[in-house]
Ligand binder design. Structure first.
Ligand SMILES: NC(=O)c1ccc[n+]([C@@H]2O[C@H](COP(=O)([O-])OP(=O)(O)OC[C@H]3O[C@@H](n4cnc5c(N)ncnc54)[C@H](OP(=O)(O)O)[C@@H]3O)[C@@H](O)[C@H]2O)c1
Length: 246
């Protein structure tokens, strides 16, 4: 495994890069000059749109169908990225699901899906990416401010999954520190995407800044964490939520 690539040849793989926050991060890292692979599971049309917009701006991107709950698909997505770009420098583990409902009636199916994608999928992606990544690389997970405080009734299982991610990142950062690979967790608050389309209205009043975040704002933080200048930060959970968690 070679050392960090030079800035002009750095590469990234975004797990869940077809919509919302992941799509904004894919576009932003491409603007930053990285070659970008992105995965999707259900919306090839949206993945193709992201790739086309990156290419229209002069960047390089490709899309891979890879269910984050499937270890074979995750490893294959990493391998395809390495084969195509010659290495991997940045992995953004963004794919996630939000199932909400009161604890008394929350279904086992929704519990299992949340665990499979939001926790097991994060583990699989970190493990596969770390194994293929050049030394000095960056791993970024997308957690949630609900890891610190459950911001809404019915959010217990989702919050649990995101708290697990924050905890996983701390240990993974120590495991990968000898290789200079940083592992950090971005914790957005309410952000305007498909995931929150039905929820945002009732949340705005709870946000001190009285607005929701935009995916591009989360992507700007990811850009910094993915950059070479962020090499002294690892194991951190960075909350970006309009002051929701004070
Ligand atoms: N929006 C918020 O307010 C907010 C706040 C805090 C944290 N987050 C977290 O931020 C991340 C992105 O959320 P978002 O709001 O951008 O969600 P979104 O608009 O629903 O987009 C979800 C993305 O994840 C992908 N995805 C979902 N399940 C997948 C799976 N099993 N395998 C591969 N890809 C999968 C989707 O792919 P397809 O397009 O193919 O379905 C899509 O690209 C999630 O981890 C979420 O928990 C969001």
């Amino acid at each position: 495994m070679s050392d960090t690539a030079s800035t002009s040849t750095r590469t990234a793989l975004i797990f869940g890069g077809s919509r919302g926050i992941g799509a904004a991060i894919a576009r932003r890292l491409a603007e930053d000059g990285l070659q970008v692979g992105l995965t999707y599971v259900s919306r090839p049309d949206k993945a193709d749109d992201v790739v086309a917009s990156i290419e229209a701006s002069g960047g390089t991107a490709f899309a891979i169908r890879a269910d984050s709950a499937d270890p074979v698909a995750i490893r294959d997505a990493v391998q395809q990225t390495v084969d195509r770009f010659g290495g991997l420098d940045v992995a953004v583990v963004n794919a996630g699901v939000l199932r909400h409902g009161p604890i008394e009636t929350f279904s086992l199916g929704d519990l299992d899906l949340t665990l499979a994608v939001n926790i097991r999928g994060v583990f699989l992606a970190i493990q596969a990416a770390a194994g293929a990544m050049r030394d000095g690389g960056r791993i970024i997970t997308i957690g949630s401010n609900t890891a610190i405080r459950t911001g809404f009734a019915g959010g217990s299982v989702y919050a649990m999954s995101k708290a697990a991610v924050a905890a996983m990142v701390k240990g993974a950062a120590l495991d990968l520190a000898p290789r200079g690979i940083t592992v950090n967790n971005i914790q957005p608050g309410p952000t305007e995407t498909d995931m929150t389309a039905d929820l945002i209205g009732g949340i705005i009043d709870l946000v001190p800044l009285k607005r929701v975040g935009q995916p591009q704002e989360i992507a700007a933080l990811a850009s910094y964490v993915a950059g070479l200048e962020a090499g002294y930060m690892t194991g951190a959970s960075l909350t970006i939520d309009g002051g929701f968690v004070l």
